[in-house]
Design a binder for this molecule. Sequence first.
Ligand code: ADP
Ligand code: MG
Length: 405
Amino acid sequence: MKSLDDLEVAGRTVLVRADFNVPLADGPDGPDDTKVITDDGRIRAALPTLTYLRDKGARIVVVAHLGRPKGVASDALSLQPVADRLSELLDDDVEVADDITGPHAQAMVAALEPGGVVLLENIRFDARETSKVVDERVALATELAALADAYVSDGFGVVHREQASVTDVARLLPCAAGRLVHKEASVFGKLLSDPDRPYVVVLGGSKVSDKLGVIGNLITRVDRLLIGGGMAYTFLAAQGYEVGTSLLEADQIDAVRGFIDQARAKGVELLLPVDVVVADAFAADARTQVVEADAIPVGWMGLDIGPRTRDLFASRIADAGTVVWNGPMGVFEMEPFAGGTLAVAQAMAASAAMTVIGGGDSAAAVRILDVDDTAFTHISTGGGASLEFLEGKNLPGLTVLEENA
Ligand code: ADP
Ligand code: MG
């Protein structure tokens, strides 16, 4: 894959696809006030590419989306708050165009100085961006390409999508992967092709059905699979255990039994919780107790892995060569059920292994629980894209960069 260093950018106008899909909240004066960004991690993640291009004297046109406007423009999903934050981070005035490829955007691009940055308005205000009709996407991509001399793909959160500003435009201009996409692709590429062993994957989160593809692909590649979170109860039920009112996907029990058999046949160590924190309600002030995994009382729900499981998982992480973690071990949003997630995060942070976090909520948990995020090798910015990578799927936004290098 061509990297930024291989692309001629000096003095050229470069179109950069970034992922600025940040969480927003109402401003201090309520719903009509300017929105505030509650986590600017994705904007920060774009800075290495943007500062590189700026230092090279490129004219920079950034294209990004925010939320799901479904082809309809609205003030609520304008990229203005992103432009404001980007201006602060770059210490430069970044303006957002009123339109995407229309007269205002064209005039702003034409007026750019070397090193200047302009942000096009939310690309998903144009329904052609996500259209299933190739000609519609290509028409928008052609308008985007007319604004620039080269294209840089740096929105890792969208590389699993076949979209005008992700794949179609890359076929129309000289293109390269930006710093973020390059780093993400090389980390996940190593996980797929050549992980240091023992290769340990920790899976949790709410539902097994969200991650069947990931389990199916990984079960034959890893040395150890540690299962916690809500999905663990379907595994426990598959062993014949009572799971009370815990999250259970009864229709997945057969699939889970298949995974258990596959792990056994391949000699993969599949570890389930040996004890759990159960509660009498889904609430932070519920009554709680720690019970053995095969002794969950009727009417109680498992909301975290127990202390013996935390120690067990930590010991299997400690001597690993590679650890990938996707999905919290419990309902970490409530303090009484955050201990298991914290224990896994701390065990990973302390390990000498290559450590990768590949899930939106798992990454958020690390920040909320105040674990040093510099202690991890890599925290992915793309929840969906990282899952598809772990499923072994082809990511069209990366394939196109290989094909057009
Ligand atoms: P990620 O975004 O990291 O891939 P998921 O979206 O799959 O993770 O799952 C995150 C959610 O799983 C969290 O909101 C968490 O509260 C929930 N969760 C974890 N354990 C349990 C449990 N035992 N019961 C119910 N929900 C759980
Ligand atoms: Mg999630």
